[in-house]
Design a protein around this ligand. Structure first.
Ligand SMILES: Nc1ncnc2c1ncn2[C@@H]1O[C@H](COP(=O)(O)OP(=O)(O)OP(=O)(O)O)[C@@H](O)[C@H]1O
Ligand SMILES: [Mg+2]
Length: 224
């Protein structure tokens, strides 16, 4: 890719909606096409972020107040953007993040009630206010997503977060939040029905993305 045209892609959606599954496939395909790709996530895209992730997602901290939660996510994001995402974008890479700022808006604002003015201020003033080129919201009913998570089993105990144990009304607020974000920013945020076979979800993502990809990956004459 051209030095000045890094591309920032984010995958968003509730627990178990398929973000990691789709991200892995996307990274694999883009690399095959010859693009330099950085695959990262929030929280925990950096060393410092991994420590913060343990604190913010741990089942031991169910009594964490929403503002503390927000500040930890913002600390993770600030470190992530400044030390990893921006340098990669400046190098002309494609950065794909498994969750980013829209998750804070959906969880900390829409589900937990922290005012948007607070989120916007911290995001802009501390975390750099970097806006993704395109965001995919993997949308599905939380009931179905929770069934998927239960089937997935616990491969990594740290991945069983306190959020997965929240009740359905919480997950419904999160879903509503993501859909509201998409409604407000239809150019950037694409809602992808995620309760479909993996290949079908991937095709929908690819369709939106192919319009954005510069045609200078090594094998970029290939399509998705
Ligand atoms: N389209 C699909 N159809 C059926 N099962 C799927 C589909 N996509 C992913 N899964 C399975 O559902 C489970 C959750 O998927 P995945 O881990 O990718 O979701 P996630 O959004 O990353 O979840 P989390 O928020 O917990 O990180 C996994 O076991 C995965 O294999
Ligand atoms: Mg995941």
């Amino acid at each position: 890719m051209n030095k000045k045209t890094g591309l920032f892609i984010t995958l968003e959606g509730g627990e178990g909606s398929g973000k990691t599954t789709q991200g892995n496939q996307l990274v694999h395909r883009l690399k095959e096409m010859g693009y330099p790709v950085v695959w990262t996530k929030e929280p925990g895209g950096t060393d410092i972020g991994r420590s913060l992730r343990e604190v913010v997602m741990s089942n031991r901290h169910k009594d964490m107040v929403p503002e503390t939660e927000l500040l930890i996510y913002m600390a993770d994001r600030t470190q992530h953007v400044k030390s990893k995402i921006l340098p990669a974008l400046r190098d002309g890479k494609i950065v794909i993040s498994d969750r980013y700022h829209d998750s804070s808006v959906a969880y900390q604002h829409f589900a937990r009630g922290v005012p948007m003015t607070t989120l916007n201020f911290l995001f802009r003033e501390l975390a750099g206010g970097l806006i993704p080129n395109i965001t995919f919201v993997l949308d599905m009913a939380p009931e179905t997503a929770i069934r998927r998570i239960k089937k997935r089993g616990i491969t990594d105990p740290a991945s069983l977060s306190k959020f997965e144990e929240e009740a359905l009304p919480f997950h419904r607020k999160v879903r509503h939040g993501f859909l509201k974000i998409a409604e407000l920013e239809p150019e950037r945020v694409k809602v992808i029905p995620a309760d479909r076979p993996r290949e079908e979800v991937f095709q929908q993502i690819s369709r939106h993305l192919s319009a954005l990809l510069p045609s200078n990956g090594e094998n970029s004459h290939e399509s998705f």
